[in-house]
Design a protein around this ligand. Structure first.
Ligand SMILES: NC(=O)c1ccc[n+]([C@@H]2O[C@H](COP(=O)([O-])OP(=O)(O)OC[C@H]3O[C@@H](n4cnc5c(N)ncnc54)[C@H](OP(=O)(O)O)[C@@H]3O)[C@@H](O)[C@H]2O)c1
Length: 300
């Protein structure tokens, strides 16, 4: 099916819970398109630096207490990019009633993860299958998805959920080229293991397409077209910048954080038909090759 043209959406006011890597890049795109943008970070110093550098309204929210009144005045779209804690999704723990009472709010996007699928032993994971999380992290995500999907019952607000693959992109050490240059890239080998990835700006494109075609309860895998062994992008990045890739380390002898070990305990391929067929998205970076070539060529 041919890709539909990039959707146009009337400029609104987007509020980002967590102006992190992915959110901030989308925030800049929205601002350039005439939107008002506001959002949160956890630290006062970071809030003022970001507000000054980006010209956006930044509030402090660390998940321990609600923000002062007025944060959602005129807000039309909310994006939650904060990982859930053991207690739940921080925005809902503190602001569910405020958001329900916000008359201008039309659309909410929740950034989730494929951890909700648990281990599929290399099989496909599709959005219409019931989540079967196999880790505490996946359980928390599935609970947060349910909470967001139910938060606006009885209202006209659209809620959509995005299960995002491994994010990479320019800067902030978020790609294997930076990892190799910093001497931090590692190739962990586990037979049969594959992961999907997604370029940070393709996530933004998916969110924009979803805002243009709201479907309440819509859930989308957000991933590239090529699940592959974790070492492949690192070897490709090494070739691009002309360095030797690191020697592979077997999973059993690798020192991994609990979080990393929980990633390697699960193996699945993310089906992304909905991105194309429902949202009409054509990824700018369908595999890590296009994404890494652009980064090596200096894309910012
Ligand atoms: N990285 C991946 O490969 C990946 C893959 C799939 C899904 N995800 C999920 O997708 C979302 C976006 O990812 P990202 O890498 O762009 O995120 P990120 O750069 O880590 O940004 C997360 C944002 O949430 C804020 N935050 C974190 N914990 C918080 C808490 N307890 N209370 C309040 N704010 C909190 C951070 O505040 P500060 O700005 O103050 O740090 C930051 O603004 C996240 O939920 C992430 O877990 C990530």
């Amino acid at each position: 099916m041919p890709a539909m043209p990039e959707p146009t959406i009337a400029a609104g006011h987007a509020f980002f819970f967590g102006l992190g890597y992915t959110a901030l890049r989308l925030a800049r795109r929205l601002k350039a398109a005439g939107w008002r943008v506001s959002g949160t970070v956890r630290d006062v110093g970071k809030a003022s630096a970001l507000a000054a550098a980006e010209g956006i309204d930044v509030r402090v929210f660390d998940g321990s207490a609600p923000m002062a009144e007025g944060a959602f005045d005129g807000v039309t779209h909310v994006i939650d990019s904060i990982p859930p804690t053991a207690e739940g999704a921080p925005p809902l723990l503190h602001h569910a009633a405020d958001l329900r009472a916000c008359p201008s709010l039309r659309w909410v996007g929740y950034l989730s993860t494929p951890a909700v699928y648990g281990d599929r032993q290399g099989g496909w994971a599709r959005e219409d299958e019931a989540p079967t999380p196999g880790s505490a992290r996946g359980e928390r995500r599935a609970a947060a998805e349910r909470a967001w999907l139910a938060a606006f019952d009885g209202t006209s607000v659209t809620v959509q959920v995005f299960r995002i693959a491994g994010i990479y992109g320019p800067g902030q050490g978020r790609n294997p080229i930076d990892g190799l240059k910093a001497g931090k890239a590692r190739i962990i080998e586990k037979p049969g293991q594959v992961f999907n990835r997604i370029h940070v700006d393709d996530i933004g494109t998916v969110l924009l397409a979803s805002m243009a075609r709201p479907r309440h309860g819509g859930i989308y895998n957000v991933a590239d077209d090529e699940a592959c062994p974790p070492g492949d992008p690192i070897r490709f990045a090494a070739e691009l910048i002309g360095v030797e890739p690191p020697a592979p380390i077997g999973i059993d002898s690798a020192e991994l954080s609990d979080m990393a070990r929980s990633f390697y305990a699960e193996c699945k391929r993310l089906d992304t038909a909905r991105l194309r067929d429902e949202l009409g998205v054509a990824l700018s970076y369908p595999t890590y090759r296009e994404g890494l070539r652009a980064i090596a060529a200096g894309a910012e």
